[in-house]
Design a protein around this ligand. Structure first.
Ligand SMILES: [Zn+2]
Length: 336
């Protein structure tokens, strides 16, 4: 935390320095300043001319972009102010290993176990809605929800560090690295990750949700301005999207004294990184944040305060899961 606050502070100071320089240049130009100052003023104006020569994007796209920008700033500001904010991924990655008996890990594991039943219900509802939105075949939808409903346990795994994972050899268990458990300090933050892992479990050993991942990825390419999204990254993004929607349902149905924008922000706060690095499986944290806000404008509006809380539909389609059937498992893969 202190490392992050320190770098945030230095970035703010740089902004102030740039603003002061601009004011100084403007004053010199206004008073008939030196040729050097005039030249700098001309260079500063060049980007505006380039921007003006471009064709204007449709106003809906401009509005969507503006909402995403404001929501990104608001979510990450909430993360700075929130005493129970999630630790950003880049800070977690830099941390030393954490023993499983560390009090923050023990607390996180206890909360994760307590939240798993509600995470199953909300993730099933959110994933069910997303599958119908993207016209997933009913048989595939039923099979995915059955696999999701079979997850029963949360286990602590020191080796996973700042990740969580579902191993297909043991698809009823969500495993959490100790750094991740300690870094997800709110129920909302933890719930978003539980729902994420439940989607991996719902996908199953044979990748039953591949068509859904592909369609969500294509939509994200259209609305998110994050470039081409690979199949693997589309899967991770879809898991995150279900995590966001599960948290939205949770917040709507479990009122508290905390501001709604703060609670909603916890679903994505771990993506508020300074060091925006990525790997082959994930969009970068900042790209993920941008894509999620673009994919779910109602979520963005909840974070900015532009929208009232949506009245969530009652839970009505998450029937108890049928008995599990034996099936071949593909190897485990790390997740987040
Ligand atoms: Zn994942």
């Amino acid at each position: 935390m202190s490392q992050r606050e320190s770098s945030f502070g230095s970035r703010t100071r740089r902004s102030h320095a740039v603003a002061l320089l601009s004011l100084l240049l403007a004053a010199m130009l206004g008073a008939g300043g030196s040729p050097d100052a005039a030249a700098q003023g001309a260079r500063a104006s060049r980007p505006r001319r380039v921007a003006a020569s471009r064709p204007s994007p449709p106003s809906a796209a401009v509005e969507s972009d503006a909402l995403v920008e404001r929501a990104t700033a608001a979510a990450c500001l909430e993360r700075e102010l929130d005493p129970r904010a999630s630790v950003p991924i880049d800070v977690m990655q830099a941390r030393p290993p954490l023993p499983s008996r560390h009090p923050e890990v023990v607390d996180g594991a206890h909360r994760a176990g307590r939240l798993l039943p509600v995470a199953r219900l909300l993730a099933a509802e959110a994933l069910g809605g997303l599958m119908r939105e993207h016209r997933v075949a009913p048989a595939a939808e039923r099979a995915a929800l059955r696999r999701l409903g079979e997850v029963r346990r949360v286990r602590v795994d020191v080796e996973l560090r700042d990740n969580a994972s579902v191993f297909y050899a043991d698809p009823r268990t969500i495993r959490f690295g100790t750094i991740f458990l300690a870094g997800l300090r709110s129920d909302e933050g933890l719930l978003s990750v539980l729902a994420h892992e439940l989607v991996h479990a719902a996908d199953g050993a044979r990748g039953g949700l591949s068509p859904l991942f592909r369609r969500v990825g294509l939509r994200a390419e259209r609305v998110g301005r994050v470039g081409k999204i690979s199949a693997r990254r589309a899967e991770e993004l879809t898991c995150d999207l279900v995590g966001v929607r599960a948290v939205r349902l949770y917040v709507a149905r479990n009122p508290s004294d905390e501001p709604q924008a703060r609670r909603a922000s916890r679903a994505v706060g771990h993506n508020c990184v300074e060091l925006d690095e990525t790997d082959s499986a994930h969009l970068s944290p900042r790209q993920t944040l941008r894509a999620l806000l673009a994919l779910d404008p109602a979520f963005a509006a909840e974070i900015t305060g532009d929208a009232e809380v949506e009245t969530a539909a009652p839970l009505n389609h998450t029937a108890p899961p049928p008995r599990p059937a034996a099936r071949p498992r593909k190897p485990a893969r790390p997740s987040r």
